[in-house]
Design a protein around this ligand. Sequence first.
Ligand code: AMP
Length: 113
Amino acid sequence: MTETTIFQKIIDGQIPCEKLHEDDLCIAFNDISAQAPIHYLVIPKKPIVSLCECVEKDAALLGHLLFVGSQIAKSKNLTNWRTVINTGEESGQTVFHLHIHFLSGRKLQWPPG
Ligand code: AMP
């Protein structure tokens, strides 16, 4: 059996989060260890491990996650932000439930380490 991820516990309401948005398909909340003045995550309620596990029927959901994250950014009057999706351990993924990072509020370096 796969272990329940921390994000599944957030979806199930077992642990709290600073929620920014919720609908039938996703939740967005502030990252607990912010790497920028603004750093939030958008996650699907569907338990997808990573982009690597997505199938064709997830395409609309993936678009929805990006759209919701962008709407949140715009509601914060942001015009500059970075979206990051880590896929797999070597990329830096630590929580194995798909999530999109949105970072803003400071000058971000490129390339990332
Ligand atoms: P990643 O390294 O791409 O898998 O990102 C996982 C992110 O989840 C990290 O930025 C963590 O700080 C964040 N995180 C872990 N636990 C929580 C939590 N309980 N609430 C909010 N963010 C979390």
